[in-house]
Design a protein around this ligand. Structure first.
Ligand code: GDP
Ligand code: MN
Length: 398
């Protein structure tokens, strides 16, 4: 789960990272008021969206008066900000963050990520901040410092000092840099983050280390033990289909094709999508109903898939190990009886209680297309979607 910059800054400052003073606003008037509260005569107004690259896309503006703040935020509110990270549809701007502008001499990149190879938290830093890390690694790879943290002891002071030296931080600021690094690491560990990024971390004209930007991502599977983090969720920044699914405990990824997929298990979902593509179709989504799918869950999954108007056929592919085919079949039948759908439904069942499952589908009287293998299911789904209504009707009768 992602959070906003202002939220990440608030969290990190609790862990000892220094951030500029700022205030959140939900309207241009409030933004101007925040500037007055902060005092001074130069402010940075920043669109709060769950994406980086805002600066280049017009989401970060330097303002020299309250009037300029009103103008800048008038242009931002309600608009979709399209950055290289949002995709073409962009992300809506409903909050802006107003900060006192800061003069700085140097920009540093600082990132904490999970390194799968070493199975450790890895610190990635560069003296070339301000650019995206992808550009740094393409253009200035020699500037990148990497350091993995030994989980048993955490980020030690000597290790943090080594990173500060490698970045060329002046001696007078080493201690502050150590505090910043250790603070980020503790926030990462204690809150089950999967990413902490400060870009840029700057050395100010008055010789302080300050996080001008902050980004944090959290492990969704660990949110249950961090209610203070999970309440920071902002659904306006999520794909509405994915948000609805997450609220119902289903794993859903929205895609752009026409065939809805209801599957149990992420690996099977991948295989199902590959097979649909092989058969010449495009998946509309990836919906994982999980291991212990009850009829209620299957019914929820159908409602969710059907709420996507691009869906023109539904493929249910279940391999029942822990699950039971008869439960899933019961769920499919219940769901279709309660909410009949006007698109072809193809069901492939395999594993535990498959005969009982097939019987339930066959006796339901519903126009469900049954398939034996995954390839057959995919071909039928693609065929059903491509063919005209007449052919569909013929296939439904099979
Ligand atoms: P991003 O583009 O989404 O990563 O947004 P950032 O928060 O990183 O802002 C983009 C750029 O604006 C930064 O790289 C800085 O160069 C600049 N910037 C942000 N805050 C300040 C500030 O207080 N003073 C000055 N001079 N520049 C700032
Ligand atoms: Mn940034």
């Amino acid at each position: 789960m992602d959070i906003h910059e202002y939220q990440a800054k608030e969290i990190l400052s609790r862990f000892g990272v220094t951030v500029p003073s700022g205030g959140l606003a939900y309207s241009p008037e409030q933004a101007a008021y925040r500037a007055r509260e902060l005092g001074g005569n130069r402010w940075i107004v920043k669109a709060q969206v769950h994406a980086g690259g805002r600066g280049k896309a017009g989401g970060v503006k330097l303002c020299n008066s309250e009037h300029e703040i009103q103008d800048a935020t008038n242009d931002m509110f309600g608009r979709k900000l399209v950055t290289h990270q949002t995709g073409p549809e962009g992300k809506g701007i409903y909050r802006v963050y107003v900060e006192s502008a800061v003069d700085f001499n140097r920009e540093i990149y600082l990132g904490f990520v999970l390194d799968r190879t070493s199975q450790r938290v890895m610190i990635v830093a560069s003296s070339e901040g301000g650019m995206e890390i992808e550009d740094i690694s393409a253009n200035k790879p020699e500037s990148i410092v990497r350091s993995t943290v030994e989980p048993a002891v955490g980020l030690q002071e000597f290790q943090a000092r080594e990173i500060a030296f490698a970045l060329g931080i002046p001696n007078s600021l080493t201690q502050q840099m150590v505090r910043t690094l250790q603070g980020c690491y503790r926030a990462f560990r204690e809150l089950d983050a999967t990413m902490v990024e400060i870009n840029p971390l700057v050395i100010t004209a008055d010789n302080r280390i300050l996080a001008l930007d902050a980004k944090m991502t959290f492990d969704s599977n660990a949110l249950f033990r961090h209610p203070q983090v999970s309440e920071l969720r902002d659904k306006s920044q999520e794909d509405p289909r994915e948000a609805r699914a997450a609220d119902r405990g289903l794993a859903y990824i929205g895609l752009t094709g026409n065939i809805g997929c209801i599957v149990n298990g992420a690996g099977l979902a991948m295989a199902t999508m590959d097979t649909i593509k092989l058969a010449g179709g495009e998946p509309a989504n990836f919906l994982d109903i999980g291991g212990g799918a009850t009829p209620e869950r299957v019914a929820k999954a159908f409602r969710l898939v059907m709420s996507d108007e691009n869906v023109q056929a539904i493929l249910v592919n279940i391999f029942a190990g822990i699950n039971r085919c008869d439960w899933v079949a019961e769920g499919v039948v219940q769901a279709l009886k309660a909410n009949p759908v006007d698109v072809p439904v193809i069901v492939r069942l395999a594993g535990t209680n498959v005969e009982e499952g097939q019987k339930i589908l066959a006796q339901s009287g519903l126009p469900i297309i049954r398939a034996g293998s995954l390839m057959e299911a995919a071909e039928r789904a693609v065929g059903a979607w491509k063919n005209d209504q007449k052919q569909n009707t013929k296939m439904r009768a099979i």
